[in-house]
Design a protein around this ligand. Structure first.
Ligand code: G4P
Length: 540
């Protein structure tokens, strides 16, 4: 008889390309600042063994205070390169968390990162409910039907009633919900959660908050064990509430979740590591594997043997002593291999990468092979632009990454006539990196810079001077939004162009953009030209 204590001799076995794809889960965590995104990320990494102690991810946090000290922010952004992607292994799955900046002025970065994830976890503070940034980010997810899991955080504090909160999320985020766990009290009275998915009770230890308690299986909620564990009153309330949930909310349906139509909801406390394991266990079970991606030519499937990928983020280190850029590439299909030649489609030339990077928690290292779903950091000296495609096969163009209307607009002027070339080059490259958006007025070719946050103007001015030796100044430009113009009626479009000539511009791809100075002006224009559509986001 075989000795059961003998380990099999073969300790390594090859995992096929197919299996590598199937074990990958690439997702992002999004939230309004302070809801607990960083804390949750950190706890997930702890479970995955990618970090050993709490606090390791904190340096990634760009403080959300109204600071305008952008050098400080850039310093922190510099640190955050390493935590842009955090990979870890859990239960045989290879998990890639894509970090998104917390500071609202970098929201555009977050929108772009969302084009590279296969699903997201939205963190909501139980006391604050749905906040402004949550709304915007979820709207971006909904545009692509990205599967969403909701984590309601900070149950150790007093907050909104669970049902009221679910109503608010459904109504203001327009999400279909399916509670997977349910809280037993909150704040001082918080006793834990009942997990409807696994049918177990998870008790919160108010004394030893960091202790991850054992789960207690309770298949049948009418069992008297419930009273023994949480007391009579709480047991009665829980039974009543679970009954209500089962009557009101749909049963979990994996297909509906993966189609972005139904969002599982978990309750917990990231800080106290409570409910995080339940979330992670469910996540690895239900979250989608790497998804196909649309290229202009056709849909690209992850299991295709030809490598393809696209650049969704460019990170420049503005420290002149260590100037470098890293272009983040999401592998869509095939295998990415170090030192192989790949076609940079837009520039129609072959590139080879001798030191592509992978990221494990806060460590970067050189990667030899990456699979669909993975992110590789490509050291870049200025040849990439956001949205660029790379491939080892025939040229293909991944559908671009949409631009969203900026919220601030200013004219940019050249302050040193001898340096106009440098200024133009600098602006061009910064726009390729996605720092801001450039609009060129059609009437007089003046350049207008549009940004999500006012902070970007300082960043641009500083970088133009220090990296390109060019000086610029700004002048106010009154605009309320940037609206990409689409019309089926040539005659009407012609009339519109004549009347609004001073508020028309081209974006960097030459697309026509209307820059109305107020909501009212946009409304009036829309009424006058009903056949014209004004999009607050550029098409993909
Ligand atoms: P963010 O990335 O979404 O901006 O949020 P972050 O994780 O930084 O959390 C924001 C604040 O909320 C932090 O406190 C954090 O400790 C706290 N927090 C996160 N999860 C929980 C929770 O489950 N319960 C409670 N009570 N607090 C939670 P801070 O004081 O702003 O920062 P720090 O001094 O703790 O770093």
């Amino acid at each position: 008889m075989l000795n059961p204590y003998l380990r099999p001799l073969k300790t390594t076995y090859s995992v096929t390309f197919q299996e590598e794809i199937l074990r990958r889960r690439t997702f992002g965590i999004v939230s309004h600042p302070d809801a607990g995104k960083t804390t949750l990320t950190e706890k997930l990494l702890l479970f995955g063994g990618a970090i050993q102690e709490a606090g390791a991810v904190k340096s990634n946090k760009v403080k959300k205070s109204a600071t305008s000290d952008f050098m400080e922010i850039e310093k922190q952004r510099g640190i955050s390169v390493a935590t842009s992607v955090m990979a870890f292994e859990y239960l045989g799955r290879h998990i890639n968390i894509l970090d998104t900046p917390g500071h609202k002025d970098f929201a555009e970065d977050t929108y772009r990162t969302l084009t590279a994830v296969d699903s997201v976890i939205v963190v909501i503070d139980v006391a604050k409910g749905v906040e402004a940034q949550t709304k915007k980010l979820v709207a971006v997810c909904r545009m692509r039907d990205t599967p969403i899991i909701v984590f309601i955080n900070k149950l150790d504090r007093e907050g909104l009633d669970g049902f009221d909160l679910l109503d608010e999320i459904e109504a203001s985020l327009e999400l279909g919900l399916c509670p997977m766990s349910w809280p037993i009290g909150m704040g001082q009275r918080f006793q834990g959660v009942y997990n409807l998915w696994e049918k177990h009770l998870l008790l919160y230890d108010g004394q030893d908050k960091q202790r991850v308690g054992d789960s207690i299986t309770i298949d049948d909620l009418s069992s008297s064990e419930l009273e023994e564990r949480i007391g009579e009153e709480a047991a009665a309330t829980l039974r009543e509430e679970i009954k209500l949930i089962q009557g009101v909310y749909p049963k979990f349906d994996k297909e509906a979740y993966q189609a972005g139509q139904l969002c599982p909801v978990f309750f917990g406390s990231a800080l106290n590591n409570f409910g995080v394991k339940d979330l992670l266990d469910c996540f690895v079970d239900i979250a989608p594997t790497p998804q196909p991606k649309k290229a202009e030519e056709r849909m690209i499937q992850p299991h295709e043997s030809v490598f393809s990928g696209f650049i969704f983020k460019i990170h420049a280190n503005i420290d002149p002593k260590h100037r470098s850029r890293i272009a983040f590439c999401k592998v869509v299909s095939g295998q990415f291999e170090r030192n192989n030649n790949y076609l940079h489609v837009r520039e129609n030339r072959q590139l080879k990468f001798s030191s592509p990077l992978t990221f494990l928690a806060s460590k970067k290292s050189i990667v030899d092979v990456a699979y669909p779903g993975d992110i590789v950091g490509l050291p870049d000296s200025g040849s990439f632009r956001i949205g660029d495609s790379l491939t080892s096969g025939d040229p293909l163009h991944f559908k671009g990454i949409p631009s969203f209307s900026p919220e601030h607009f200013r004219f940019i002027n050249n302050e040193d006539p001898m340096k106009s070339k440098q200024l133009a080059k600098g602006i061009d490259q910064l726009m390729d990196e996605g720092v801001a958006q450039l609009f060129t007025l059609t009437s007089n070719s003046r350049k207008v810079i549009g940004t999500v946050g006012a902070l970007q103007y300082e960043v641009i001015q500083y970088r133009l001077e220090h990296e390109y030796g060019a000086k610029c100044s700004y002048e106010p430009f009154q605009a309320f939004k940037a609206c990409w113009v689409e019309s089926t009626d040539e005659q009407e479009l012609k009339g519109f162009k004549i009347l609004k000539t001073r508020q028309l511009a081209n974006d960097k791809h030459g697309r026509l953009v209307f820059l109305p100075d107020s909501q009212f002006s946009l409304q009036m224009t829309q009424e006058k030209y009903p056949s014209i559509t004004f999009h607050e986001q550029s098409g993909e």
